[in-house]
Design a binder for this molecule. Sequence first.
Ligand code: GDG
Length: 490
Amino acid sequence: MGGSPTRIRTKGCTSVDKQTTFDFVVAANRLPVDAVEREDGEVEWRRSPGGLVTAMDSVMRGRDGAWVGWAGTPGEAPAPFESEGMWLHPVPVSAEEIEHYYEGFSNDTLWPIYHDVIVPARFRRTWWHAYRRVNERFAEAVCEVAAKGATVWVHDYQLQLVPELVRERRPDVRIGWFNHIPFPPVELFAQLPWRAPLLRGLLGADYLGFQRTADAQNFVRACRSYLGATTKGDRVTLPAEDGQPTRTVRASAVPISIDVASLTELARSESVQQRAQEIRASLGDPKTLLLGVDRLDYTKGIRHRLKAYEELFEDGALSCPDVTLVQVATPSRERVDAYKRLRTQIETTVGRINGTYSTVGATAVHYLHQSYDRAEMAALYLAADVMLVTPLRDGMNLVAKEYVACRHDLGGALVLSEFTGAYHELSQAFICNPHDIEGLKQTIMRAITGDERTKRRMMSALRKRVTHNDVTRWANHFLANLEASPEKPA
Ligand code: GDG
């Protein structure tokens, strides 16, 4: 930390009355904490669940860095504060901006375009204006907390203009951006009326990281098509403009991972192992327990999964009480229309499957529209014979990696869609194309009935891959690439 601020203790955190700056700054849409109102009316900050937070947790540990993000409630932002060794700098987002910047442009325009247009994208100029405005506010906040020459790591599709906006204000800092979701093929990206400013926004960075090589290549192609940039391999060079020097930016794949050691340790704990047994017992000790864990999102292929599962009952291949499916569908983006529709469709389907195939005392689908703590998630992973990860498109999918990390017993089987980033590392899983319902049914049956020794060998191979590329390696890889950028001209 570049200064010695005066600290003021408040509930569960420390706030300061003096601005201070940091050598390492993370910017992401959300801060890694949620405000929770306690019974006594006091507000307490709790670490929020989710892939990005979990991944960055171990990166921030011991770094004494700052995190710039929205605190999750509309209107005025709380004063900056310290939490678990991290400096949290909240950015205000108004109720209207949440609707336009977050629910609108981020999740109803960009999200569908970046996920193969599984649902149609909606374009609204007012949403774009709010997106720009909020990105500017984030950039200003980053500049406020970044020390001279600091490293700034910007995250994800909500903040694609931030790299350029920070560079304009602070040419002294080094800027990296990582995309947690896919980057679309040029043919889909082309639909965006704001494709050129988005690309220019990203090219303000020194280094751009993507989940897959194909995502980085899509980005490079888009720069060629819509900015007239010259490209060579994973390098993009923008023509000099307004007296600005030519800049070359590298875009390559750095697949994200999880904290394997801490999750394995949790899954090995007595309490989690016992809880896994309790879960199975409370489900009536089925012969086969299938599990799905997803944010309730149309990209996750939950409908396709349920369709295959229902048909397997219809065909007589599966029946109660031998088999049950636990589907955790974590609430997500509940005010966006496409998510409301999806929820209705899924809940109708679950109702129909249960109405037709459950028996007294044995339920075909246990549908849980809730969030759980990490230990409960680990127990569910440990309890499940077959993990169903069937997205239609997914940047990585950390759930697949978490399942593997928890299976220290080499038990279980992973059914994995080829449309996830994880597929490129975990090809030893039971691979499926979720659009091919017949094929998906066969893959699920192979995962259920497969020879135990073969399945253990598969799990062992998967564990080697996941253990090798853990979250620390991911972060070091990203930061090493960032450190090596910009390259000195030859
Ligand atoms: C984006 C990209 C990419 C879920 N429910 C609960 C809970 N979770 C945790 C899981 C996992 C994370 O949330 C979800 O990560 P995913 O990777 O599966 O998916 P997205 O949320 O769509 O994440 C994705 C990721 O960013 C990282 O780059 O892999 O492709 O879309 O960690 O365990 N955690 C707890 N309770 C829940 O109820 N504690």
